[in-house]
Design a protein around this ligand. Structure first.
Ligand SMILES: Nc1nc2c(ncn2[C@@H]2O[C@H](COP(=O)(O)OP(=O)(O)OP(=O)(O)O)[C@@H](O)[C@H]2O)c(=O)[nH]1
Ligand SMILES: [Mg+2]
Length: 355
């Protein structure tokens, strides 16, 4: 028997009078879900009437807790997605998603994690604004970010890079590690606690799966042996997978994302850029646009070095994107509502015609 507490479930938080039994999603395939429940690790599919017809239930994702009707001799049936304590969600503007407003606009890609390990490689593609972007996403998710700089064995001195990240990752711990030599891994121990779930985020090739294997002390995840100056072997991990290590910690390994755009980061911005936002409200004019007005606190802070210009530019860039996301989401919501009312109206017309 599996105890789902070991998988992070707090049974006391389950809704009262539930149908079915709880389970956790460990991977999502096209139509099949890998799950773990008290009886076994098994497969499940969605109950169509719940997920497709009325469209009110949010589609499960890796890390989700769900309720299932257990089938001991075949595929179980997922009947409900339980409330999430944290999530990464992407706004889906492709128009491919089906369902009503809630599901059209939100594609949840991982759920119920405690920490986000933002991973970037020390030896190349070291990019501060990408880390800022990940930090914003992480704060937005409801979990706690940690920055893990990888491949420490390939650089002689990483103190400058760690310092640069520490400057922008306010209130967040920054570690340099090597999955190859084991350097720095012991420093992560305060996050590697039984029952906790950590999601690994970062570009392809930074060493997410390698770190899983080092922590697991076995080859759980496939890692391609690539030449360091070669881009071959990228996108080795192809789907998100929740792995439970022997020490009880769970990791959601993710494929490196090519695009990090179009996530709604409105809330996460305030936390990531708290050093920028302290200057707000200090301008001479309360409606200052921080462009050329006299007495602009931002302008002064940039001039006297209190606010680095790059930091201000990053803030503006992400803010613009968040606003675009908000507008677009609102636009699509209205459009969907409008579509629905048209459909209702034409149904009524047809009905009247029949009478
Ligand atoms: N030298 C060195 N190489 C590493 C380290 N960690 C990972 N690598 C190498 O980097 C390459 C990519 O590692 P992966 O673990 O597959 O990277 P990933 O982030 O999981 O990549 P995707 O699955 O494509 O998103 C492999 O060739 C690893 O051997 C490290 O700490 N030191
Ligand atoms: Mg991988």
């Amino acid at each position: 028997m599996v105890n789902l507490r070991d998988y992070g479930l707090i049974p006391e938080t389950l809704p009262k009078d539930i149908n079915g039994i709880p389970a956790r999603i460990t991977a999502v395939h096209r139509e099949r879900y890998e799950i773990v429940c008290e009886y076994s690790e098994t497969f499940a599919s969605l109950k169509a009437g719940v997920y497709y017809n009325d469209g009110l239930e949010s589609f499960p994702t890796t890390g989700d807790f769900v309720l299932i009707q257990y089938n001991p001799s075949g595929v179980s049936l997922i009947i409900k997605t339980l409330e999430r304590k944290s999530k990464f969600s992407r706004n889906d503007f492709s128009g491919h998603a089906v369902g009503y407003v809630k599901t059209v606009l939100e594609q949840v890609v991982a759920a119920n994690f405690d920490y986000v390990f933002i991973m970037a490689s020390l030896n190349k593609d070291f990019n501060i604004s990408r880390i800022e972007r990940y930090l914003t996403l992480a704060w937005q998710s409801g979990a706690f970010p940690v920055v893990v700089l990888t491949k420490a064995d390939l650089v002689d001195d990483f103190t400058a890079q760690v310092g640069m990240v520490e400057k922008i990752a306010l209130g967040v711990e920054v570690f340099a590690v090597s999955a190859k030599t084991g350097f720095g891994i012991d420093k992560l121990s305060s996050y590697l606690k039984p029952g906790k779930t950590i999601v690994f985020l970062g570009s392809s090739g930074v060493g997410k799966s390698s770190l899983v294997n080092t922590l697991a002390e076995e080859e759980i995840m496939k890692v391609n042996v690539i030449r360091e100056d070669d881009s071959k072997g990228r996108h080795t991990t192809t789907h998100r997978q929740l792995i439970k290590l022997n020490n009880g910690v769970m990791i959601i390994d993710t494929p490196g994302m090519r695009e990090l755009g179009l996530w709604d980061v409105t809330e996460g911005l305030g936390e990531t850029f708290s050093d920028v936002e302290v200057f707000f409200g200090k301008c001479k004019f309360s409606n200052c646009s921080h462009q050329s007005e006299p007495g602009c606190a931002i302008k002064v802070a940039i001039e006297n070095g209190a606010l680095p210009l790059e930091r201000w530019n990053s803030y503006l860039k992400l803010k613009k994107e968040a606003r675009f996301c908000d507008d677009k989401a609102e636009y699509l919501r209205k459009k969907t509502e409008w579509g629905k009312s048209i459909a209702k109206y034409s149904k009524e017309i047809k009905k009247r015609g029949k009478v």
